[in-house]
Design a protein around this ligand. Structure first.
Ligand SMILES: C[S@@+](CC[C@H](N)C(=O)[O-])C[C@H]1O[C@@H](n2cnc3c(N)ncnc32)[C@H](O)[C@@H]1O
Length: 291
């Protein structure tokens, strides 16, 4: 099956520059997605070996299709929290391009889409049990408030949580689709900035479903431990919660004498790239080199 995987790799030139691929090196792409960054590396240095992780089976299929003409690529359909289990030897580089791909966001059947209706799912890894449906329809209002506040930084977190609770518990309505949830959020928000709140609540749910922030810090630490001296780690983060974890983890590794931080401040995308790919607007790139 061919997957119509639409995703433009963000800051691809900067990512490749920092990864500094060279013949015979082994790079681990922890978030292979559609293989956009991996293709950029391979097209420049075909003799680099790539080990590509993605917890989404559809991403792995799409990447295999895109990278079919290249040799020396290993595909691992697993969470990057399992780096230590899969990597038996130290490597020369790690790339983390965090969050979801445009394909996942836009494909209504995956349940992340704000624009088109779909089932409330939001799992990157469909082998996982917990879905957005479970969270929205069963979690207590206090827990919903917490995730909307912390993962979405949503000002009206409590109002949205209460609206959901009332609808499902007193109204006895199952909230089964993204359109239903979007409508509820819009009704709960007392200002005209409803779209921003919808985006923030959807982000919060996605982070909770996929435990995105829980696995990040330990995976970054594992990656630093698995780098050869002189090896590079490059991370692209798309919201402040993620970027804060990256910054802190890099600084801790620096203090421990393990890492030289190559980006004093995070790099952002050029205006010309943002004009072509609005997703790049929120990207923050940080890079480090193993001591
Ligand atoms: C922004 S996309 C990567 C796009 C890719 N760099 C490209 O150019 O095509 C992020 C990908 O990482 C995957 N992902 C996110 N968190 C993950 C995790 N903890 N473990 C494995 N894969 C993850 C998602 O399923 C998604 O396919």
């Amino acid at each position: 099956m061919t997957i119509p995987y639409q995703h433009t790799p963000v800051m691809a030139r900067e990512v490749v520059d920092y990864l500094a691929p060279a013949k015979g090196k082994v790079l681990v792409d922890c978030t292979l997605g559609g293989g956009g960054h991996a293709e950029k590396v391979k097209s420049q240095k075909s003799k680099v070996k790539i080990i590509g992780f993605d917890q989404d089976a559809e991403a792995i299929t799409a990447a295999k299709q895109r990278l079919a003409k290249y040799k020396d690529i290993e595909y691992v359909n697993d969470n990057f929290s399992t780096l230590k289990e899969h990597l038996k030897e130290k490597v020369d580089g790690f790339l983390f391009d965090l969050g979801v791909s445009s394909y996942q966001l836009d494909e209504p059947g995956r349940g992340f889409s704000i624009r088109e209706d779909g089932p409330l799912d939001m799992r990157m890894d469909k082998r996982q049990k917990l879905t957005a449906f479970d969270i929205v329809n069963t979690w207590p209002a206090a827990e919903l408030t917490e995730i909307f506040k912390h993962y979405g930084e949503e000002r009206f977190a409590k109002r949205v949580a209460e609206k959901i609770r009332w609808t499902r518990d007193e109204g006895r309505v199952t909230i089964a689709t993204t359109a239903q949830l979007k409508e509820l959020i819009e009704k709960a928000i007392p200002t005209w900035k409803k779209r921003e709140s919808v985006t923030r609540v959807f982000q919060a749910l996605r982070i909770a479903v996929n435990r995105e922030l829980d696995v990040l810090q330990s995976a970054l630490n594992d990656a630093v431990a698995l780098l050869k001296p002189g090896g590079r780690i490059v991370v692209l983060a798309y919201h402040s919660l993620e970027d804060r974890i990256v910054k802190r983890t890099f600084n801790a590794a620096k203090k421990a004498g393990l890492l030289t931080v190559l980006t004093k401040k995070p790099l952002t995308a050029a205006a010309t790239e943002i004009a072509l790919n609005p997703r790049a607007a929120s990207a923050k790139l940080r890079a480090g080199e193993k001591r």
